[in-house]
Write a protein that binds this ligand. Structure first.
Ligand code: ADE
Length: 295
């Protein structure tokens, strides 16, 4: 999966790919990225990317034309259908479901290609053209599809000229009901949430399957259960006894109950009526039990 980010703060965005999971994913060729500065698509001496809003009011609005040119250049290189996501507080909320949907684009449109293994991908220089050799024995499954790409458009100030968003058919996504000073942090949240779902990105393939919001197969989305590590007693606080028992069935049941109760207490709206009922019965059955035994 290739993340193509349009921002007036390219260094800020690049820095996020230099640490942790994202860095390792880039080095392993599982993801790649390109960063484009709309200032490079201006023609005036000041490299202007914004202007005052029509109709008056505070702040500035990003100009349509430099962004249009930046998007057109990216789509020319990476495919005319490359989706554009505009990060904005007015967008549809980013959820685990949306992250999963975006991660699936990589299954539909491409396989891990040789090209994506190039860790040095500088700003959009790597070609994503299909490399269809003249080998007549080529199987359909051998045809190298272009690496799927997502264009992430980061606004600043009051936002972006609406006509640009309409013209390119941008999908608007918000990371929460608060206003950031720009779309960059939101874009990086989206990149992180999507990248870690791609095959191979998390060392342990199980890791993304059991945590908060991961579906449990029955459609339920629960918060994660609590985790413990050494020492067994820390400042007088013991690890729940069952986790030391080695009984995997009991451990799983304890964890599932803990996840259900935590979700019931903190985010009851995530639970179906049936699961809420189950949490209530569980609470009843736990009444009077030793605190150490309670999930
Ligand atoms: N830009 C500013 N605030 C934002 C938010 N909450 N989500 C996405 N993009 C934004």
């Amino acid at each position: 999966m290739k993340f193509l980010i349009i921002t007036i703060f390219p260094d800020f965005v690049r820095s996020v790919f230099e640490f942790g999971v994202l860095r390792r994913a880039v080095e392993a060729g599982l993801i790649s990225y390109g960063v484009v500065d709309p200032r490079d698509f201006t023609e005036d001496r000041h490299r202007t990317t914004d202007d005052a809003p029509y109709g008056g009011g505070p702040g500035m609005v990003m100009l349509a034309e430099p962004l249009y040119r930046a998007i057109s250049a990216l789509r020319e290189e990476h495919g005319a259908q490359t989706p554009v996501i505009y990060l904005s507080p007015s967008g549809m909320p980013l959820s685990q479901g949306l992250a999963e949907e975006l991660a699936k684009l990589s299954e539909v449109r491409g396989r891990k290609s040789e090209e994506a293994k190039d860790p040095a991908l500088p700003d959009c220089e790597a070609s994503t053209e299909p490399d269809q050799s003249s080998d007549s024995t080529l199987q359909t499954s051998d045809i190298r599809l272009p690496t799927p790409a997502l264009i992430l458009l980061c606004g600043r100030y009051e936002g972006i000229d609406q006509r640009l968003l309409d013209e390119i058919g941008a999908r608007e996504v918000s990371i929460g009901d608060y206003v950031l000073s720009g779309g960059e942090l939101a874009a990086m949240v989206l990149v992180d949430a999507v990248a870690r779902l791609l095959p191979g990105v998390l060392g342990n393939e199980d890791s993304s399957g059991t945590e908060s919001f991961a579906g449990r197969g029955d459609g339920a989305k629960l918060l994660d259960w609590p985790h413990y590590t050494r020492p067994e007693i820390w400042r007088g606080r013991r690890v729940p006894e069952v986790l030391l028992s080695g009984n995997h069935a009991k451990i799983l049941s304890f964890r599932e109950n803990a996840a259900l109760l935590l979700t019931f207490r903190r985010r009851p709206e995530l639970l179906s009526a049936e699961l809420r009922q189950r949490a209530e019965s569980l609470l009843d059955s736990l009444q009077g039990r030793d605190a150490a035994e309670q999930p």
